[in-house]
Structure formats: C-alpha cells, structure tokens
Write a protein of this length. Sequence first.
Length: 95
Amino acid sequence: MFLDEPTSGLDSFTANVLMQTLLDIANSNRVVICTVHQPRPEILRMFSKVLLLSRGQVVYFGPPARLTSYFDALGFPCPEHVNPADYLRMEPTAC
C-alpha cells in the first residue's frame, strides 16, 4: 500500500488513529509506504524506517529512534524540546 500524505488536513487525533491503523496493517505482513512531511513525534515513532531526502539525495535511512543521534554525530544536534521532523526541515542559513 502506498499513501501520499495520508495525514494532511487531519486533526491530531484522527491522524494518530489513521497511522495506528496503517501500523496494524503493516504488522500483519503487509508493506505500507507513505510520505509524511514534518510528522508529530508520536507519529514519527510509529514508522519502522525513515527515509530522509534532501534535493533528491538520501540523507538518512533507518529507524526513527536513531535519527537524532545520527545527526548529533554529524554535528547537527536537535535542540531540546524541538520535534526532530521540524528541526530537520529547517533550511540552512547563510553566515
């Protein structure tokens, strides 16, 4: 199953219910792939793998639990109390 932005336009409760339903489908031996831009932390944690692209290039592929530590090791620590998906969406600023 492939879904493009299934949570767009949904309130947080409905988005959470939808993503839990997709997780249940994935846990029943089905493949579920979806694009989600800047998901809430609760939804980000539901994914088994995250593919982060920048300008068409793979920047990260792996479990969401390792996302922040990966960028920490590269010298880009996510500030405390900031959603990692929001932080990683931020555009670099010129000095």
